[in-house]
Design a protein around this ligand. Structure first.
Ligand code: GDP
Length: 448
């Protein structure tokens, strides 16, 4: 008996779709991003009708390995490899049109059938000046930067909340677009000329480019919120796919080392446009160790040879960022951070990935508490506390054998199952899915 079991999975009302009772399932990261959400989404997409991206942009990547090859998706939802799925770019996404078209063309050029894709007419458009401002600001901050991927995310969301962003629907009226961009140019050119000493925004060339791009995506643009609400009524199964993870949330994460939109499941209904009461399952993906791209406190971080070994063995081809190629910072599993990460997601279960990566270790450290100023702390602190935290480890015995060939969870070595059970207890959330390799079929189901 486990007292911590929360909402049992599949607890929703019957969706009447013949595929169980879950209507909306949300897949989110419990940590700093790169937890393996792409793979988990790809696995679960098979049994879904719709996959929706609800926040973020092309600033992180999901790695998917399937019968078509290996792909790093940045903006496209991870359902694009399944012909029966409708993929949706929700209004909460930072939508880079050129990037999306490039990503779609690349898929098709590599033999993937053209996916079904819908784009919200309310999604806002990532403009070239957002990307420029991101770069210029990082240059200005120099060594004090927050580790931006320089894909325009912070300036984009800044403009959105300043109400000078551009929605997709506004691209179809050239006069309106010109007027909006002229106003943007007044504000931005002041900074470009006086602060960054860079060329000003050319409004006419933007109007021309974005009118042409808007025409290219027109067949995919619609009211996706209406579409999704209708789909819920019809009992369709919907997957919401988060980007990054809990600790990058601007409110609940390690601010200011966060992103600019909420990667929490709670934002899912807003950024996707679905009713919140139908979100029955919130799957929090976490790696069996820690990895992190970008700046900010990272308590269990490893350095030197130990880090190099884990980095080399991690992921499908070493721990290097899917978008940036930057070497990821790596460390042991941080139960304090991940328990918090699962809590703020409202996770109904945790999904453990990359378990196979730890097979080389004789003993595996797991961080069960922090030491801050001489005190033992088990609750995740705010950023200033985190900066001073040191890990307190419990050592678990390793299993020292390859587990990628395991076809059933119950075939895993005992020490491996003990490791999973230990993490489950630490996270206070059931672990029902365990990924033992990067490929779609390398997934084991466990009764929590
Ligand atoms: P996402 O952004 O959360 O989708 O994560 P990424 O795709 O950026 O990073 C996850 C990395 O782990 C990728 O290299 C995946 O191919 C890899 N991966 C996912 N699950 C497993 C697993 O169970 N074992 C191994 N070895 N690699 C995995």
């Amino acid at each position: 008996e486990r007292a911590f079991l929360r909402t049992p999975a599949l607890a929703g009302k019957d969706a009447g779709n013949g595929r169980g009772s879950v209507m909306i399932r949300t897949i989110v990261g419990a940590n700093w991003g790169d937890e393996g959400k792409g793979k988990v989404t790809d696995v679960l997409a098979e049994k879904s009708d719709i996959v929706v991206r609800f926040q973020g942009g092309a600033n992180a990547g999901h790695t998917i390995i399937n019968e078509y090859g290996k792909f790093a998706l940045h903006l496209l939802p991870s359902g694009v490899f399944h012909q029966h799925i409708v993929n949706v770019i929700g209004p909460g996404v930072a939508f880079n049109i050129e990037f999306l078209l490039h990503e779609l063309n690349t898929l098709v050029a590599r033999g993937v059938p053209k996916p079904k894709l819908l784009i919200s007419d309310r999604a806002q458009v990532m403009m070239p000046y957002h990307v420029d401002f991101d770069k210029y600001e990082e240059e200005r901050l120099g060594g004090k930067s927050f580790g931006s991927t320089k894909s325009g995310i912070a300036p984009f969301y800044g403009d959105k909340y300043m109400k000078i962003g551009l929605q997709v629907c506004q691209l179809y009226d050239a006069e309106l677009l010109r007027e909006k961009l002229q106003n943007v140019a007044v504000l931005k050119n002041t900074l470009l000329e006086n602060l960054y000493h860079k060329p000003p925004i050319d409004v006419e060339s933007l109007v021309e480019t974005y009118t042409a791009l808007a025409a290219l995506i027109k067949p995919m643009v619609c009211d996706t919120t209406l579409f999704l609400h209708q789909a819920v009524k019809e009992g369709k199964t919907i997957l919401l796919e988060g980007q990054l993870g809990s600790l990058r949330d601007p409110d609940h994460g390690i601010y200011p080392y966060t992103t600019s939109s909420s990667p929490l499941a709670g934002f899912g209904p807003v950024g996707a446009g679905v009713p919140p009461w139908d979100m029955k399952d919130i799957d929090c993906v976490t790696k069996a160790y820690s990895s992190c791209v970008g700046a900010g406190p990272f308590v269990t971080e490893l350095f030197g040879d130990e880090a190099e070994e884990l980095r080399r063995r991690g992921g499908d081809a070493g721990e290097y960022g899917a978008t940036t190629g930057r070497p990821r910072r790596v460390g042991w599993f941080d139960a304090v951070a991940t328990r918090y990460g699962v809590m703020v997601q409202g996770g109904t279960e945790a999904v453990l990935t990359n378990l196979d990566v730890l097979s080389y270790l004789k003993e595996i450290p797991v961080c069960v508490a922090y030491e801050i100023g001489g005190e033992r702390v088990e609750q995740f602190p705010t950023t200033p506390g985190l900066m001073k935290a040191k890990p307190i480890y419990t050592m678990l015995p390793g299993w020292e054998s390859d587990i990628r060939s395991a076809k059933s969870y119950y075939d895993l070595p005992d020490n491996c199952k003990r490791y999973v059970a230990f993490l489950e207890k630490q996270l206070q959330a059931p672990i029902r899915m365990v990924s033992n390799g990067p490929r779609r079929e390398e997934i084991l189901y466990r009764q929590a």
